[in-house]
Design a protein. Structure first.
Length: 289
């Protein structure tokens, strides 16, 4: 695909240069007066739906890059370039990032105030954006009904452990599947998607896994890559009143496990059973057994 031609059509000017970012479909486009992020749809993901998610977030005061332009054929959008580093950068690795997690918590709370139709991954509809599923939560259903059994069948999970995990999902099935109020979720909240400049919080990026559902899904994801201290700092900004009794001990771990099972199944499909085992071990699922 001619990225320069897409940028010209979208932005109405010829770029000075185009640089890859290492992320599929994402480029930095240098113009005469500024640098912008150009993102193209890949692997069935709609950047037009993602653009609407950014715009909805910005309208509710969430600090995100501004959508500068979007278009079809191919689907593409141009975003404001936030000139900072992520919390996963070498620059931030040994520093206290609690201030950024706290500010991200404030933004996440505002994001979760946005109500949308449907559940699950975003699609465009007559109202703008909505979840493509009829009920919450597609990941939970897949994990409980297919994923655990597949991991047992290939030897990644012990059968006794598999039965116990299925029982834990059944214990809270009514609460998880009966979630009635679809909220806009970031879908991939992690330190790599929180940007700062020195000790200034710049905002949240990368909404390509945004979806509609239970806000606790976003909270659960933080622990996977960034640990419990990051979740504590996030909740300082988000508000600890949002978690009910048992949420942190059961609901959040079950949400996180469902996400990890989704990826572990993909690894087994690719024939990499050891990678599936290592991925599962990260969430210490034995605590649920």
């Amino acid at each position: 695909m001619d990225v320069v031609a897409v940028a010209e059509r979208l932005l109405g000017t010829t770029p000075v240069g185009v640089r890859p970012t290492g992320n599929d479909g994402v480029h930095l486009v240098d113009l005469r007066t500024q640098t912008v992020v150009l993102k193209l749809s890949t692997h069935g993901h709609s950047v037009l739906a993602e653009a609407r998610a950014y715009q909805a977030a910005a309208a509710h005061g969430v600090r995100v890059p501004r959508v500068l332009a979007s278009g079809t054929d191919p689907e593409a959008m141009a975003l404001e370039f936030l000139d900072g580093v992520s919390l996963w950068s070498e620059e931030r690795r040994d520093k206290d990032n609690s201030f950024a997690w706290r500010r991200a918590g404030e933004d996440l709370r505002a994001l979760h105030e946005i109500r949308l139709f449907g559940f699950g991954p975003l699609v465009l509809d007559g109202h703008g954006i909505a979840g493509q599923a009829d009920s919450w939560c597609p990941f939970i259903r897949s994990a409980r009904e297919e994923g655990i059994r597949q991991l047992v069948d290939v030897g990644v999970l012990d059968s006794r452990v598999g039965r116990r995990l299925e029982a834990r999902y059944d214990e809270v099935a009514e609460e998880l599947h009966g979630w009635p109020d679809g909220r806009l979720l970031h879908g991939d909240l992690e330190g790599g998607h929180i940007l700062v400049s020195d000790d200034e919080y710049l905002g949240l990026i990368d909404f390509d896994q945004a979806q509609v559902g239970d806000p606790r899904w976003d909270l659960a994801r933080v622990v996977l890559w960034d640990g419990e201290p990051a979740l504590d700092a996030l909740l300082d900004g988000y508000g600890r009143d949002t978690l009910g009794p048992g949420d942190r001990e059961l609901v959040l771990p079950l949400y996180l496990l469902a996400f990890v099972i989704h990826h572990a199944v993909r690894f087994t499909d690719e024939g990499d059973l050891e990678k599936a085992r290592v991925h599962l071990a990260q969430v210490r699922y034995e605590r649920l057994v």
